[in-house]
Design a protein around this ligand. Structure first.
Ligand code: ADQ
Length: 456
């Protein structure tokens, strides 16, 4: 078998020491496969200076990085437009952020065609070849590839939720997008809910024929399966057990000086429920004066999609909420909400995970949410408060599950997490750790690829 991965981004980045593999779940999962078996990774080229074709590593190449160069205008319409302002909000049921513009879909169509063209040029036309496309940026590419290469083996993994059919059909291009996806042999989602939603969309909107988890449309059959993603468990376990991380965690606890620390770690995105979480923490402080001076909430938010207006607005609202809460509750040596708007290394994140007594992971919707798994792996005795509207919630029943829209419920969950008896905390965490071990990202990739050849 050889592999062609097709994703919005290429898996390498330029550093002061030359080109390096980027750090991220997808790269971690797929690079070992490419290194072992060779292949191609097709992604967008955002910088006209960079070559379209770059064998990697330079000295002794294992695979080829192929860029699809995009102009600024294309990037604006395909990525910031169709992907971030259309498909992202609709898939997360947050349609108040939806912006429908013809130039978005027009550019999305042409960019998807160019990705497909690059695949056809680089990916060998032989029976062992697997073409694995990633995510909502590339819904139309599978059909283009199929039209040119009817016998190709094509898979797609969708990393975000697939919404209920009635929400997906809001998109004026819903049928065209579905037809694009149904060029695949196999489509993967994190959990069965999204599988069911996708199948219902194909059945109702296209009149496709459905048998169990397969969809037949226009003479071609696609299997649709749940393949929950994991993290690189070994890497997080090793990092969080180093002396350096332990020291950093101890220093953070000293610096904050409170008995309890609750953390939130996310990209600054309106799907992650950061504002609702802050209001819940405010309510917790209002309802529990005995905790004043005794608990700190530490929210880390990575800048994300900063060109998009709704993200700029969210940043302003979060700044304001943090100011309001600290303005009302802070006293002498106690700052109730510590907020950092920046990116940290995974190593640094591990120190936060280790320092915390509880993590507040409360997206309004999330395909999976891997911060949850990172926290579970790194913590020694932390409690997890998890939104029931995430893919992770299906897999981690031992978390304290909450409705992220219910701020009183959230405030109550914070109290419950902080007051949970040690025995119960340990029991829940042991079971959570076992679940996360099983989800490991290397196994995820293996399971998806094995699924192309189901046992006879
Ligand atoms: P994301 O929406 O990006 O991913 P998530 O799964 O939470 O969401 O992953 C975020 C990653 O960014 C984590 O690895 C985390 O460590 C990192 N990160 C967050 N804040 C950071 C900070 N301040 N500094 C540095 N790193 C930070 C999409 C879907 C998810 C799905 C994944 C994988 O939206 O639902 O789980 O893909 O399929």
């Amino acid at each position: 078998m050889s592999l062609t991965v097709v994703a919005n981004r290429v898996p390498i980045r330029r550093t002061d020491d030359g080109w390096k593999a980027s750090v991220g779940g997808l790269t971690t999962a797929l690079l070992p496969v490419l290194e072992q078996q060779g292949g191609v990774w097709v992604g967008m080229g955002e910088d006209a200076e960079l070559p379209d074709r770059q064998p990697y590593p330079q000295d002794d190449p294992d695979f080829l990085v192929r860029r699809v160069p995009l102009s600024e205008e294309e990037l604006e319409n395909y990525y910031y437009g169709m992907a971030n302002r259309v498909l992202w909000p609709v898939s997360h049921y947050l349609i108040q952020h939806l912006e429908l513009k013809n130039e978005f879909i027009d550019t999305y169509r042409s960019v998807n065609e160019r990705f497909a063209q690059a695949v056809l040029e680089e990916s060998p036309d032989d029976p062992g070849e697997i073409i694995w496309i990633q995510d909502y940026h590339l819904m139309l590419a599978p059909r283009h590839i199929r039209e040119e290469r009817p016998d190709a083996t094509i898979g797609h993994f969708w990393h975000i939720p697939w919404p209920a059919m009635e929400v997906f059909r809001i998109l004026p291009w819903s049928r065209e997008l579905l037809r694009g996806m149904l060029g695949c042999d196999l489509i993967g989602f994190h959990v069965q809910e999204y599988v069911d939603n996708f199948i219902e969309s194909a059945e109702v909107l296209l009149g496709a024929e459905v048998t169990d988890d397969t969809v037949t449309y226009d003479g071609h059959t696609t299997r649709v399966e749940a393949h929950p993603i994991g993290i690189d468990v070994d890497r997080f376990r090793r990092m969080s057990a180093t002396d350096e991380v332990k020291e950093k965690a101890a220093k953070l606890r000293d610096r904050l000086g409170t008995q309890n620390i609750v953390i939130g770690i996310d990209r600054l995105d309106y799907t992650k429920g950061i504002l609702s979480r802050l209001t819940a923490f405010e309510r917790f402080l209002e309802q529990n004066p005995e905790y004043h001076g005794k608990v700190s909430f530490y929210q880390i938010a990575t800048p994300s999609r900063t060109k998009v207006e709704s993200y700029q607005q969210l940043k302003r609202e979060v700044d304001e909420a943090v100011g309001r809460i600290n303005g009302q509750f802070a006293r002498d040596n106690w700052v109730p909400v510590n907020y950092r708007y920046r990116t940290y290394t995974q190593f640094e994140l591990c120190a936060f995970y280790r320092a915390a007594d509880a993590a507040l992971i409360t997206p309004l919707r999330d395909g999976m949410n891997v911060v949850t798994q990172e926290f579970i792996t790194a913590t020694q005795n932390g409690a997890l408060i998890l939104s029931e509207l995430t893919g992770a919630a299906y897999l981690l029943p031992e978390a304290i599950q909450v409705n992220p829209y219910d701020q009183d419920g959230l405030a109550g969950a914070i109290k419950r997490a902080l007051e949970m008896p040690d025995e119960e905390r340990r029991r829940r965490l042991t079971s959570l750790k076992t679940s996360v071990d099983e989800l490991d990202v290397h196994r995820w990739a293996g399971r998806f690829l094995d699924s192309f050849t189901p046992p006879a």
